[in-house]
Write a protein that binds this ligand. Structure first.
Ligand code: CMP
Length: 138
């Protein structure tokens, strides 16, 4: 089990002014920030990042949205990081997210759901390396 996961604060949450609130919840959840940047990805980069979803009907909507404005990308460290972070963010669809989770508080819909969290150790490594080179990971 690896102790790192990857997250993005998505364009909807950035636009709504929730970067600080979400980082506060991440810190309160016991995660250490191992890498972080405020950036914006192109449509092409979003397509590459989410290429595992290329066959899904929402792929176009997803990649358009994720390239629509700035995001915060970060690598987070904690024991059992992937599973614990998924617990902290709540269900993909905020309508199903538990009280006290990031998506319950800050997400509007399944598409615009405030934050991304890696779904496995393997993907956490791939996704973190997509945004950060070795000199940017501490
Ligand atoms: P994320 O954790 O970033 O990983 C894939 C994303 O696809 C997911 O969050 C959702 O934002 C998005 N997604 C999943 N299902 C749907 C859907 N039915 N319609 C639109 N977007 C979706």
């Amino acid at each position: 089990m690896s102790n790192r996961t990857f997250t993005m604060i998505k364009p909807d949450a950035v636009k709504a002014g929730n970067i600080g609130n979400i980082l506060q919840m991440i810190n309160a959840g016991g995660f250490r920030i191992a890498a972080m940047k405020y950036t914006k990805i192109s449509r092409q980069q979003a397509e590459k990042f989410y290429e595992v979803h290329a066959a899904r009907p929402f792929y176009s909507e997803l990649t358009e949205f994720m390239s629509s404005g700035p995001i915060v990308a970060a690598i987070l460290e904690k024991e059992n990081a992937v599973a614990d972070f998924r617990k902290l963010i709540g269900a993909t669809n905020p309508a199903n997210a538990e009280e006290g989770t990031i998506r319950k508080r800050y997400a509007a819909s399944i598409g615009e759901n405030a934050v991304h969290g890696s779904d496995s150790d393997e993907n956490a490594k791939i996704e973190g390396d997509f945004f950060f080179n070795g000199l940017e990971q501490f």
